[in-house]
Design a protein around this ligand. Structure first.
Ligand SMILES: CCCCCCCCCCCCCCCC(=O)SCCNC(=O)CCNC(=O)[C@H](O)C(C)(C)COP(=O)(O)OP(=O)(O)OC[C@H]1O[C@@H](n2cnc3c(N)ncnc32)[C@H](O)[C@@H]1OP(=O)(O)O
Length: 147
């Protein structure tokens, strides 16, 4: 029974000019792709199976990320059904020289564990332990309720 913190994965992406939109900030589509990739890593770590994206839930672009900034993407499993895995996702703008950070995006995606034939397969139960794990789960359940 994996814990919330065991599914916690972070990855950093250097935001380059080829990632830009017309405003010279990070294109939201690129960020969605990175959210999906890190989210899938977290879901698969939890499930011990291949996982596919079934749904993009609420997705709030709260602040832009500039070209030259670092995008830090954070993912963790906060809930699970029989075969579905609910992953909380957040992105942060990080200034590469100072490390100063600002949260820019919050979202959750639903992944489903599948077998070799693409059929849904059961996932383990999620264990929520430690103050940090409970805090992460509570935040995402609050985001779900408000969407
Ligand atoms: C510069 C510009 C660049 C632009 C660039 C943009 C990039 C912007 C990237 C954005 C991000 C994209 C993300 C792509 C990421 C992929 O490419 S992954 C590939 C895409 N995904 C797929 O191909 C999955 C296709 N769907 C399927 O294969 C099937 O629907 C599934 C997911 C296996 C489910 O099969 P099913 O027969 O419906 O299974 P069923 O037993 O009925 O349900 C199983 C579970 O799934 C859940 N479920 C099924 N459907 C859903 C659903 N829609 N929602 C929630 N739960 C669901 C059920 O509730 C159930 O949950 P449990 O009660 O078991 O926990």
């Amino acid at each position: 029974m994996p814990t919330v913190l065991e599914t916690h994965i972070q990855n950093r992406f250097r935001v380059q000019p080829n990632h830009a939109n017309n405003n010279d900030t990070l294109h939201g589509g690129n960020l969605m792709k990175w959210l999906d990739e890190v989210g899938a890593m977290s879901a698969m770590r939890f499930a011990g199976e291949t996982c596919v994206t079934a749904r993009v839930n609420e997705l709030d672009f709260e602040r832009p990320i500039g070209i030259g900034d670092t995008a830090l993407v954070e993912a963790f499993v906060y809930d699970a059904g029989r075969t579905s895995v609910h992953v909380g996702l957040r992105a942060w703008r990080e200034e590469p020289r100072s490390g100063e950070m600002e949260r820019t995006t919050e979202s959750s995606f639903t992944f489903v564990a599948i077998d070799e034939d693409g059929s849904a397969v059961p996932v383990p139960e999620l264990t929520v332990e430690s103050d940090r794990g409970r805090e992460l789960q509570a935040r995402m359940l609050e985001v779900e309720d408000n969407s």
